[in-house]
Ligand binder design. Structure first.
Ligand code: F6R
Length: 261
Protein backbone atom coordinates (compact mmCIF):
# COMPACT_ATOMS: atom_id res chain seq x y z
CA UNK A 1 0.00 0.00 0.00
CA UNK A 2 1.31 3.42 -0.93
CA UNK A 3 0.18 6.45 1.04
CA UNK A 4 0.27 9.88 -0.58
CA UNK A 5 -0.38 12.65 1.93
CA UNK A 6 -1.27 15.88 0.18
CA UNK A 7 -2.08 19.36 1.47
CA UNK A 8 -5.80 19.33 0.75
CA UNK A 9 -8.61 17.77 -1.27
CA UNK A 10 -7.79 20.00 -4.22
CA UNK A 11 -4.27 18.56 -4.51
CA UNK A 12 -5.49 15.02 -3.87
CA UNK A 13 -8.11 15.28 -6.58
CA UNK A 14 -5.49 16.56 -8.99
CA UNK A 15 -3.17 13.66 -8.24
CA UNK A 16 -5.99 11.13 -8.63
CA UNK A 17 -7.11 12.70 -11.92
CA UNK A 18 -3.54 12.49 -13.21
CA UNK A 19 -3.34 8.79 -12.35
CA UNK A 20 -6.63 8.08 -14.16
CA UNK A 21 -5.64 10.15 -17.20
CA UNK A 22 -2.28 8.37 -17.48
CA UNK A 23 -4.06 5.02 -17.21
CA UNK A 24 -6.54 5.86 -19.99
CA UNK A 25 -3.80 7.27 -22.21
CA UNK A 26 -1.77 4.08 -21.77
CA UNK A 27 -4.82 1.86 -22.33
CA UNK A 28 -7.67 3.66 -24.13
CA UNK A 29 -10.01 0.69 -23.59
CA UNK A 30 -9.56 0.88 -19.83
CA UNK A 31 -12.25 -0.67 -17.65
CA UNK A 32 -12.89 1.98 -15.01
CA UNK A 33 -14.25 1.24 -11.54
CA UNK A 34 -16.04 4.36 -10.31
CA UNK A 35 -17.37 5.71 -7.03
CA UNK A 36 -19.92 8.30 -5.99
CA UNK A 37 -20.25 10.50 -2.90
CA UNK A 38 -18.79 13.91 -2.23
CA UNK A 39 -15.15 12.81 -2.39
CA UNK A 40 -14.70 12.21 -6.15
CA UNK A 41 -16.66 15.26 -7.33
CA UNK A 42 -13.62 17.47 -7.83
CA UNK A 43 -11.67 14.70 -9.51
CA UNK A 44 -14.53 14.10 -11.97
CA UNK A 45 -14.53 17.80 -12.75
CA UNK A 46 -10.83 17.61 -13.56
CA UNK A 47 -11.37 14.58 -15.82
CA UNK A 48 -14.09 16.49 -17.69
CA UNK A 49 -11.77 19.48 -18.06
CA UNK A 50 -8.96 17.27 -19.36
CA UNK A 51 -11.35 15.74 -21.89
CA UNK A 52 -12.56 19.18 -23.01
CA UNK A 53 -8.95 20.34 -23.38
CA UNK A 54 -8.32 17.39 -25.72
CA UNK A 55 -5.87 15.76 -23.29
CA UNK A 56 -7.71 12.47 -22.97
CA UNK A 57 -10.59 10.55 -24.52
CA UNK A 58 -12.79 8.02 -22.73
CA UNK A 59 -14.44 6.86 -25.98
CA UNK A 60 -13.19 3.31 -25.69
CA UNK A 61 -13.60 2.97 -21.91
CA UNK A 62 -16.16 0.91 -20.09
CA UNK A 63 -17.14 1.62 -16.50
CA UNK A 64 -18.61 -0.16 -13.51
CA UNK A 65 -19.83 1.72 -10.46
CA UNK A 66 -19.49 0.37 -6.97
CA UNK A 67 -23.01 0.68 -5.71
CA UNK A 68 -26.58 1.92 -5.89
CA UNK A 69 -29.34 2.43 -3.34
CA UNK A 70 -32.02 -0.24 -3.30
CA UNK A 71 -35.35 1.15 -4.36
CA UNK A 72 -34.12 4.20 -6.25
CA UNK A 73 -34.81 4.47 -9.98
CA UNK A 74 -31.98 5.69 -12.23
CA UNK A 75 -33.85 8.97 -12.77
CA UNK A 76 -34.12 9.69 -9.02
CA UNK A 77 -31.93 12.72 -8.32
CA UNK A 78 -30.31 11.00 -5.31
CA UNK A 79 -29.56 7.77 -7.19
CA UNK A 80 -26.00 6.93 -8.05
CA UNK A 81 -27.04 6.48 -11.70
CA UNK A 82 -28.12 10.12 -11.72
CA UNK A 83 -25.01 11.24 -9.84
CA UNK A 84 -22.69 9.61 -12.39
CA UNK A 85 -24.57 11.02 -15.35
CA UNK A 86 -24.62 14.56 -14.03
CA UNK A 87 -21.16 14.60 -12.41
CA UNK A 88 -19.18 12.77 -15.08
CA UNK A 89 -20.76 10.85 -17.95
CA UNK A 90 -22.55 13.86 -19.50
CA UNK A 91 -19.27 15.79 -19.55
CA UNK A 92 -16.93 13.28 -21.20
CA UNK A 93 -17.08 11.19 -24.38
CA UNK A 94 -17.60 7.78 -22.74
CA UNK A 95 -20.22 5.68 -24.55
CA UNK A 96 -23.01 5.73 -21.95
CA UNK A 97 -24.16 2.30 -23.15
CA UNK A 98 -20.84 1.02 -21.82
CA UNK A 99 -21.35 2.47 -18.34
CA UNK A 100 -22.72 0.20 -15.63
CA UNK A 101 -24.24 0.93 -12.22
CA UNK A 102 -25.87 -1.81 -10.11
CA UNK A 103 -29.64 -2.01 -10.54
CA UNK A 104 -31.40 -0.59 -7.49
CA UNK A 105 -34.77 -1.77 -8.76
CA UNK A 106 -33.92 -5.41 -9.49
CA UNK A 107 -36.66 -7.79 -8.42
CA UNK A 108 -34.31 -10.77 -8.32
CA UNK A 109 -31.39 -9.16 -6.48
CA UNK A 110 -29.20 -12.25 -6.34
CA UNK A 111 -29.50 -12.78 -10.12
CA UNK A 112 -28.87 -9.12 -10.79
CA UNK A 113 -25.74 -9.15 -8.57
CA UNK A 114 -24.43 -12.25 -10.33
CA UNK A 115 -25.08 -10.62 -13.72
CA UNK A 116 -23.07 -7.59 -12.56
CA UNK A 117 -20.13 -9.79 -11.57
CA UNK A 118 -20.39 -11.63 -14.90
CA UNK A 119 -20.38 -8.36 -16.83
CA UNK A 120 -17.20 -7.24 -15.04
CA UNK A 121 -15.54 -10.55 -15.86
CA UNK A 122 -16.69 -10.38 -19.49
CA UNK A 123 -15.17 -6.88 -19.75
CA UNK A 124 -11.83 -8.34 -18.69
CA UNK A 125 -11.93 -7.12 -15.09
CA UNK A 126 -11.53 -3.63 -13.67
CA UNK A 127 -8.22 -1.99 -14.59
CA UNK A 128 -8.40 0.87 -12.11
CA UNK A 129 -10.83 1.23 -9.23
CA UNK A 130 -11.61 4.54 -7.55
CA UNK A 131 -12.76 4.40 -3.94
CA UNK A 132 -13.91 6.79 -1.26
CA UNK A 133 -14.11 5.65 2.34
CA UNK A 134 -16.89 5.83 4.92
CA UNK A 135 -16.25 7.24 8.38
CA UNK A 136 -16.95 3.69 9.67
CA UNK A 137 -14.33 2.19 7.36
CA UNK A 138 -16.68 1.01 4.64
CA UNK A 139 -15.63 0.88 1.01
CA UNK A 140 -18.40 0.78 -1.55
CA UNK A 141 -21.26 -0.10 0.84
CA UNK A 142 -19.46 -2.96 2.57
CA UNK A 143 -20.24 -2.14 6.16
CA UNK A 144 -18.37 -3.30 9.31
CA UNK A 145 -18.89 -7.00 9.88
CA UNK A 146 -19.24 -7.91 6.19
CA UNK A 147 -17.26 -10.76 4.68
CA UNK A 148 -13.88 -9.68 3.35
CA UNK A 149 -14.38 -12.05 0.43
CA UNK A 150 -17.92 -11.06 -0.57
CA UNK A 151 -18.97 -10.35 -4.14
CA UNK A 152 -21.72 -8.01 -5.37
CA UNK A 153 -24.61 -8.27 -2.92
CA UNK A 154 -27.32 -6.31 -1.15
CA UNK A 155 -26.29 -4.68 2.10
CA UNK A 156 -28.20 -3.15 4.99
CA UNK A 157 -26.60 0.22 5.77
CA UNK A 158 -25.43 1.16 9.24
CA UNK A 159 -27.02 4.05 11.11
CA UNK A 160 -23.69 5.90 10.80
CA UNK A 161 -23.72 5.65 7.00
CA UNK A 162 -27.35 6.70 6.83
CA UNK A 163 -26.57 9.75 8.98
CA UNK A 164 -23.43 10.63 6.99
CA UNK A 165 -25.35 10.42 3.73
CA UNK A 166 -28.28 12.42 5.02
CA UNK A 167 -25.90 15.17 6.06
CA UNK A 168 -24.44 15.45 2.58
CA UNK A 169 -27.34 14.40 0.37
CA UNK A 170 -31.09 13.86 0.51
CA UNK A 171 -31.46 17.49 1.62
CA UNK A 172 -30.42 16.39 5.11
CA UNK A 173 -33.62 14.34 5.52
CA UNK A 174 -32.57 11.14 7.24
CA UNK A 175 -35.94 9.50 6.69
CA UNK A 176 -35.41 9.72 2.93
CA UNK A 177 -32.07 7.87 2.87
CA UNK A 178 -32.65 4.29 1.69
CA UNK A 179 -31.64 1.74 4.31
CA UNK A 180 -30.21 -0.80 1.86
CA UNK A 181 -27.95 -0.77 -1.17
CA UNK A 182 -26.56 -3.10 -3.82
CA UNK A 183 -22.79 -3.04 -3.68
CA UNK A 184 -19.75 -4.65 -5.18
CA UNK A 185 -18.15 -6.79 -2.49
CA UNK A 186 -14.70 -6.58 -0.96
CA UNK A 187 -13.77 -9.61 -3.07
CA UNK A 188 -14.91 -7.84 -6.25
CA UNK A 189 -12.88 -4.73 -5.32
CA UNK A 190 -9.79 -6.77 -4.48
CA UNK A 191 -9.85 -8.18 -8.03
CA UNK A 192 -9.30 -4.72 -9.55
CA UNK A 193 -5.81 -4.48 -11.03
CA UNK A 194 -5.17 -1.10 -9.42
CA UNK A 195 -6.97 0.71 -6.62
CA UNK A 196 -6.93 4.46 -5.91
CA UNK A 197 -8.61 5.41 -2.63
CA UNK A 198 -9.34 9.03 -1.72
CA UNK A 199 -9.87 10.24 1.84
CA UNK A 200 -10.38 13.91 2.63
CA UNK A 201 -11.24 15.67 5.88
CA UNK A 202 -10.94 15.02 9.61
CA UNK A 203 -14.07 12.85 9.61
CA UNK A 204 -12.06 10.13 7.85
CA UNK A 205 -9.14 10.02 10.33
CA UNK A 206 -10.14 6.85 12.19
CA UNK A 207 -11.09 5.05 8.98
CA UNK A 208 -7.70 5.93 7.45
CA UNK A 209 -5.87 4.54 10.49
CA UNK A 210 -7.87 1.31 10.15
CA UNK A 211 -7.15 1.20 6.44
CA UNK A 212 -3.40 1.76 6.59
CA UNK A 213 -2.21 0.75 10.04
CA UNK A 214 -5.02 -1.17 11.70
CA UNK A 215 -5.40 -4.91 11.87
CA UNK A 216 -7.12 -6.54 8.90
CA UNK A 217 -10.60 -7.05 10.25
CA UNK A 218 -14.17 -7.26 9.04
CA UNK A 219 -14.95 -4.49 11.54
CA UNK A 220 -13.03 -2.14 9.25
CA UNK A 221 -13.71 -3.51 5.75
CA UNK A 222 -11.26 -1.16 4.00
CA UNK A 223 -8.41 -2.82 5.93
CA UNK A 224 -8.64 -5.75 3.45
CA UNK A 225 -6.85 -3.45 1.00
CA UNK A 226 -3.64 -4.11 2.94
CA UNK A 227 -3.63 -7.35 0.92
CA UNK A 228 -3.91 -5.55 -2.44
CA UNK A 229 -0.61 -5.27 -4.22
CA UNK A 230 -1.31 -2.09 -6.20
CA UNK A 231 -3.24 0.28 -3.98
CA UNK A 232 -2.57 3.96 -3.47
CA UNK A 233 -4.27 5.88 -0.68
CA UNK A 234 -4.41 9.60 -1.38
CA UNK A 235 -5.36 11.53 1.74
CA UNK A 236 -5.15 15.11 2.82
CA UNK A 237 -3.35 16.29 5.95
CA UNK A 238 -6.60 16.24 7.93
CA UNK A 239 -7.55 12.68 7.02
CA UNK A 240 -3.96 11.56 7.71
CA UNK A 241 -4.00 13.30 11.11
CA UNK A 242 -3.93 10.14 13.25
CA UNK A 243 -1.51 8.00 11.22
CA UNK A 244 1.35 6.86 13.43
CA UNK A 245 3.85 6.74 10.60
CA UNK A 246 2.67 9.89 8.83
CA UNK A 247 6.14 11.42 8.48
CA UNK A 248 7.58 8.17 7.16
CA UNK A 249 4.86 7.94 4.45
CA UNK A 250 5.61 11.51 3.45
CA UNK A 251 9.27 10.69 3.22
CA UNK A 252 8.68 7.61 1.07
CA UNK A 253 6.36 9.57 -1.21
CA UNK A 254 8.91 12.37 -1.57
CA UNK A 255 11.44 9.74 -2.67
CA UNK A 256 9.30 7.70 -5.02
CA UNK A 257 6.24 9.74 -6.05
CA UNK A 258 3.49 7.77 -7.73
CA UNK A 259 5.64 6.35 -10.49
CA UNK A 260 6.91 3.36 -8.54
CA UNK A 261 3.58 2.33 -7.12
C1 F6R B 1 -19.95 5.56 -2.98
C2 F6R B 1 -19.29 4.66 -2.06
C3 F6R B 1 -19.09 5.01 -0.63
C4 F6R B 1 -18.43 6.38 -0.43
C5 F6R B 1 -18.24 6.67 1.04
C6 F6R B 1 -17.70 8.04 1.28
O1 F6R B 1 -20.02 4.97 -4.26
O2 F6R B 1 -18.95 3.60 -2.46
O3 F6R B 1 -18.28 4.03 -0.04
O4 F6R B 1 -17.21 6.40 -1.10
O5 F6R B 1 -19.45 6.54 1.71
O6 F6R B 1 -18.62 9.00 0.90
P1 F6R B 1 -18.23 10.53 0.77
O7 F6R B 1 -17.30 10.64 -0.38
O8 F6R B 1 -19.53 11.23 0.46
O9 F6R B 1 -17.61 10.94 2.05
Amino acid sequence: MKVAIVKNAEEGSKLAAEIFIEQVKAKPATVLGLATGSTPVKMYKLLAEAYKAGEVSFKECKSFNLDEYLGLAPEHDQSYHYFMKTQLFDHIDIDQAQTNVPDGLATDIAASCQAYEDAITAAGGIDIQLLGIGSDGHIAFNEPGCSLACRTHSQVLTQQTIEDNARLFFGGKIEEVPTQAVTMGIGSIMDAKKVVLLAFGAGKQDAVVGLVEGPVTAMCPCSALQYHNDCIVICDEEAAGKLQQKEYYKYIFSQTGVSNI
